[in-house]
Design a protein around this ligand. Structure first.
Ligand code: SF4
Length: 165
């Protein structure tokens, strides 16, 4: 228990020192916003950097509170919600479906997203994925999720491509 508490306090103090760090203290013309992603593991990985799922809400709440104190830290509520409820698979991930990642030599694609391999979407910490999930979940006129429009557009695009092939 003692070890856990010490761990939490070390993590909290490192967030604090990050927030009062060089980047956040720069004038707006030098640094407008700071945002970051959380570690995203591969399925079945046991890396030390993995944030246990049960600790994620506490971490996100802490980061959101820091963002209120340090306005340059970008953590809109929608992104925070996306971190807490990420897409469950690459098929559900608008970011993975709308981007193309290349290997460093530009010879091959990295799939299914920029992490490659078999990423554990349920533990995704990618800010772009979280942000686009928030966009997809937005209801136009309070009724129609933008994700539905994207899915329809994607289906039409695929159909048109297949017809041309
Ligand atoms: S960006 Fe995240 S949610 Fe999207 S496919 Fe990759 S791991 Fe899954």
């Amino acid at each position: 228990m003692l070890r856990d508490r010490r761990c939490e306090s070390v993590q909290a103090s490192s967030h604090e020192s990050f927030c009062s760090s060089f980047h956040l203290s720069q004038p707006p013309q030098e640094v407008k916003k700071v945002w970051f992603s959380l570690f995203t593991p591969q399925i079945g990985a046991t890396d030390a950097e993995i944030i246990p799922l049960e600790e994620r809400p506490q971490l996100i709440a802490h980061l959101a509170s820091l963002a209120r104190r340090f306005p340059k830290l970008n953590m809109p509520k929608q992104v925070a919600d996306g971190y807490l409820n990420p897409p469950q698979s690459p098929d559900e991930c608008i970011f993975a479906r709308t981007t193309l990642s290349y290997t460093a030599d530009l010879q091959n694609h990295v799939t299914p997203c920029q992490f490659g391999g078999t990423p554990d979407c349920a533990q995704c910490g990618c800010i772009a994925s979280a942000g686009l999930k928030a966009v997809g979940d937005f209801k136009l006129g309070g009724v129609l999720k933008l994700r539905s429009i994207y899915n329809a557009s994607d289906r039409i695009g695929r159909f048109a491509r297949e017809r041309r092939a």
